[in-house]
Design a protein around this ligand. Structure first.
Ligand code: FE2
Length: 205
């Protein structure tokens, strides 16, 4: 069965940008529930989560797709944040300069698109066809399923991600997230590729 990936930092490690109570509920309740439902819907299925997502999408099994994709998206979201964010390293900084001009332009686009995402969803930085792009997905959607891009970072813009800390101010959440939490080292590793590229932990037993 699949298990809930542990947070890569303490519950209070992202304060004040994201409070411990938000992280406790978001990881321990929301994310845990998605993983639990994946297990209930796929009893004895030992395939990796990525395979379950692709299979569910292919069969238009919305219930499994939504829960499996949300399980994946949240695990990737935790990795997309760092308690002490540092500037993008060389390979990523060069790619940002080529695609956006500079980090400030990327920030503007990331915040604007995350803010414009109507209702629940996700805002992603992806690498596609030699370019970096900011894209959004609705609900549990993820952009990489057709192999057209590699995800570098994601920010959760469902209200449960920010409401306790920011109430309705999604733009302030997105700006703070970008400035204080974005894990550029993780994004650079994703861009570089190879065996370190993120995959959801394999199921146990
Ligand atoms: Fe979430």
């Amino acid at each position: 069965m699949h298990y809930l990936p542990p947070l890569p930092y303490a519950l209070d490690a992202l304060e004040p940008a994201i409070g411990a109570e938000t992280l406790r509920i978001h990881h321990g309740k929301h994310h845990a529930k998605y993983v639990q439902l994946v297990n209930e819907l796929t009893t004895a299925d030992k395939r990796p989560l990525e395979a379950l997502i692709a299979d569910a999408a292919g069969r238009a099994d919305r219930k499994l797709f939504n829960n499996a994709a949300q399980a994946w998206n949240h695990a990737f979201f935790w990795e997309s944040m760092a308690p002490a964010s540092t500037p993008p390293p060389g390979n990523l900084a060069d790619a940002i300069a080529r695609s956006f001009g500079d980090l400030a332009r990327l920030r503007s686009e990331f915040v604007a698109k995350g803010l414009a995402q109507f209702g629940s969803g996700w805002v992603w930085l992806v690498a596609a066809a030699g370019d970096l792009q900011v894209v959004t997905t609705h609900d549990a959607g993820l952009p990489w399923l057709d192999g057209s891009c590699v995800p570098l970072l994601v920010c959760d813009v469902w209200e449960h991600a920010y409401y306790l800390d920011y109430r309705n101010e999604r733009d302030r959440f997105l700006g703070t997230w970008f400035d204080q939490l974005a894990n550029w080292n993780f994004a650079a590793g994703q861009l570089a590729g190879g065996p370190a590229r993120y995959r959801f932990p394999l199921p146990t037993d």
